[in-house]
Design a protein around this ligand. Structure first.
Ligand code: G3P
Length: 217
């Protein structure tokens, strides 16, 4: 079993910087909605890429957009041209599948996003697409047996180089449950990642250490 990798799903500069500075995440994932929530636009993508690489991100994900395959591909190539830590996200629409598979065949790092079924995952793995993003919370909201379906997606990747990168994670327990199902990569909002680090019993234990008379030299 490979080591799990955590990513931060946010464009909130302070929150992302704090996690990168402490080496707690492997990289940063975004999409147009995440940029919007942070009051950013796609015009700032080059600046955000440079900032997060400088802060230590090993992978930085931005999403291509466009009404047809040629618009999507043009933007995807512009994102890849940012540098060797850029990963391009492409939605798993029919047009997106074609663009993602074409880029993957050239050896580019691609993530197919909004994957909802094991069949989509199998098709992505067959095309050599590096990552597929499954949305746990949204799948649950839509009535899917989400953990089991995402486990089947990872199984569908078999021994290929494709991996599930789970998203729409709403609690620390979501991450742990998927890790138990052999999902290797996770992206979550800063609040979920911070909640993963914290427990009141840890604070009590640390307070007791600090209060120990043995510290009085
Ligand atoms: O990266 C996926 C994320 O943006 C979706 O999360 O919480 O809006 O379902 P959520």
């Amino acid at each position: 079993m490979i080591a799990p990798r955590l990513y931060v799903d946010s464009a909130d500069l302070a929150a992302v910087s704090a996690l990168l500075a402490d080496s707690l995440v492997h990289g940063v994932t975004t999409n147009p909605t995440i940029l919007e929530r942070a009051g950013r636009t796609v015009a700032e993508i080059p600046e955000l890429y440079a900032r997060w690489v400088e802060e230590g991100a090993r992978e930085v994900f931005f999403q291509a957009w466009g009404a047809d395959a040629s618009a999507l591909e043009e933007r995807a190539r512009a994102i890849l041209a940012l540098g060797d830590r850029a990963v391009v996200k492409v939605p798993a629409t029919r047009a997106g599948f074609g663009v993602a598979a074409r880029l993957a065949r050239e050896g580019a790092p691609v993530l197919l996003t909004a994957v909802f079924t094991p069949a989509q995952a199998l098709a992505a793995a067959s095309s050599g697409i590096r990552y597929l993003a499954a949305y746990l919370g949204r799948m649950r909201d839509a009535g899917f047996d989400a953990v089991s379906d995402i486990a089947r997606m990872q199984a569908a990747c078999g021994g290929s180089g494709s991996e599930v990168l789970a998203a729409s994670l709403r609690s620390p327990e979501d991450v742990v449950e998927l890790a138990e199902a052999r999902v290797p990569a996770f992206t979550a909002a800063p609040a979920v990642l911070e909640a993963m680090l914290a427990h009141p019993a840890t604070v009590d234990a640390a307070d007791a250490f600090e209060a120990s008379p043995s510290l009085r030299a």
